[in-house]
Design a protein around this ligand. Structure first.
Ligand SMILES: *Cc1c(COP(=O)(O)O)cnc(C)c1O
Length: 513
């Protein structure tokens, strides 16, 4: 299959020279040409889908930015280009794009190319509506309502009456939790501002949590010094007694603790903070409990893996859950859920009278746009709804169990080759943390000095992966250790053979380092 050869995508002679003003919506008589053009675009897309799923194709064709600027014509012309040129532009764009759905792409928490979700995104783009009012998105608004209620019911039976919204990413979902918590404790803040809070607000999150939690403190006027990083144990889980110690310490200084973020699935290690113990502390001191399950939330769908990881989640006040991570929905798809209904609206409503008129034809409770701090909102629900229709709860459960099973397989394979790989810890999620050991270090006993050496090799081996285009695995340091690899299995395309390939390819590329 010749996939990325852009010269293949010839429009027929009658339309190749046409420009955008020769087709719809300008020329009704050229409906045929419009369809020809779109079909050609779809052909380009389908070839990308095919090559994404073809293990003989590379994951990426890497070029440095200066080189890429020479290879690719990024310029904005004075005069518009032909339809044929636009088709070539589409093909060339995808030629240099990293195939995040390739079965050997293990680099990111969001990967895989779910075909149903993609079809949904295509429809969404075609419908091109805004999600603020029922008036212009009746079907999508009702879908959002149904899927959000379903997700809350999965969080806990006592959540059915709560409220939820789709946000542009987990970071913003976490921000919504912060805003609602502050609004709940200081309802006058919205109108009167910072002066209504007599004292220093402080929030708590683990030192392994996502940086967006700390960013709330900076964005919302607390200052990052007032986002306390609670120490975690060697598995990366928040230590509840440390949380309590820090709360007491800050209370004794006259500060106002109000918000605790408990991470369910940390970004690097995939650790789950103990929700029940943290909930007890929040209850004791009257603090809002937010669970950031942006990453681990998918496991709520699995009877086998939900407990003990997410046990107690129903005791939270708010939960962030990103379907665009474990569940494989296309980017972006992130949700924030609240146990209490009404908070989002009372916290964020601005009642713009040109959008949210109170005297509309229909029940204005369906105008969700005033619950958010954006105005226009992208339709992220259709692709998730369609995907859930396709899979059912059962299909999603199987998908979660499969990802975890593949992770267990990888751990087993790593342990079978202790000369070549050093497993850092038993994972709780699909994050596998390990070092690759090249030949020269295989006989050296493991020690902090060897860890430093192995850490230095990570960027070199990663560079070789990118240059060869055959594999992508991420690495990073953390506060306990130098660079190490963090492998993510979050794509339905991955099989046991791909895991075998991953390990042997790392060895092929790195044995002489
Ligand atoms: C990915 C992630 C986020 C941020 O989500 P975005 O959609 O990338 O903004 C927040 N928290 C955790 C634990 C994450 O893994």
């Amino acid at each position: 299959m010749a996939s990325s050869n852009s010269s293949n995508y010839k429009l027929n002679a009658a339309i190749e020279k046409l420009s955008c003003t020769d087709i719809l919506p300008y020329k009704l008589e050229n409906t045929e040409a419009t369809c020809e053009f779109l079909k050609k675009v779809v052909e380009v897309l389908l070839d990308f889908v095919r090559s994404t799923n073809n293990r003989n194709e590379k994951i990426l064709d890497f070029h440095h930015p200066e080189e890429m600027q020479k290879l690719f014509d990024f310029s904005i012309p004075d005069q518009g280009l032909s339809l044929q040129q636009l088709i070539h532009d589409c093909a060339t764009t995808l030629k240099y794009q990293v195939k995040t759905g390739h079965p050997r792409f293990f680099n990111q928490l969001s990967c895989g190319l779910d075909i149903i979700s993609m079809a949904g995104e295509w429809l969404t783009a075609t419908a091109n509506t805004n999600m603020f009012t029922y008036e212009i998105a009746p079907v999508f608004i009702l879908m959002e309502n149904v899927v959000m209620t379903h997700m809350r019911e999965i969080i806990g039976p006592n959540w059915k009456k709560g409220d939820s919204i789709l946000a542009p990413g987990g970071s913003i979902s976490n921000l919504y939790a912060f805003l609602a918590a502050r609004h709940k404790m200081f309802p006058n803040y919205k109108e009167k501002g910072i002066a209504t809070i007599q004292g220093q607000l402080v929030m708590f999150t683990s030192d392994q949590s996502h940086y967006s939690v700390k960013s709330c403190a900076s964005v919302c006027g607390l200052g990052t010094d007032n986002c306390l990083m609670v120490p975690s144990d060697i598995y990366g889980r928040m230590i509840p007694s440390e949380l309590e110690r820090l709360i007491i310490e800050r209370r004794n200084r006259g500060h106002i603790p109000f918000f605790v973020c408990c991470t369910s699935g940390t970004t690097v290690l995939g650790a789950f903070d103990p929700i029940n113990e943290i909930a007890d502390i929040c209850h004791k001191y009257g603090l809002w409990l937010h669970v950031d399950a942006a990453w681990g939330g998918g496991l709520l769908l699995s009877k086998k893996y939900r407990h003990p990881r997410l046990t107690g989640v129903e005791r939270a006040d708010s939960v962030t859950w990103n379907p665009h991570k474990l569940m494989g929905a296309l980017l972006q798809c992130s949700t924030i859920h609240f146990k209490e209904d009404g908070l989002l609206m009372s916290c964020n409503q601005m009642s713009a009278d040109y959008l949210f008129m109170q005297d509309k034809l229909y029940d204005i409770r369906y105008d969700t746009g005033d619950k958010v701090i954006q105005c226009g909102r992208h339709n992220d629900i259709f692709k998730l709804w369609l995907q859930w229709r396709a899979k059912g709860d059962e299909g999603f459960e199987k998908h979660m169990d499969r990802l975890m099973e593949l992770t267990e397989y990888m751990v087993k394979k790593i342990k079978e080759q202790p000369d070549k790989f050093h497993l850092i810890m038993e994972p709780e999620l699909v994050n596998v943390s390990f070092w690759y050991i090249p030949t020269r270090l295989r006989k050296v006993a493991h020690s902090p000095a060897r860890e430093q050496e192995l850490g230095k090799l990570c960027p070199v081996l990663k560079a070789r992966m990118m240059q060869s285009g055959t594999l992508m695995v991420g690495y990073q340091p953390d506060d306990r250790r130098p660079n190490f690899f963090r492998n993510i299995i979050s794509s339905a395309a991955v099989t046991e053979q791909d895991v075998d390939f991953l390990l042997s390819e790392m060895d092929r590329l790195g044995h002489d380092l």
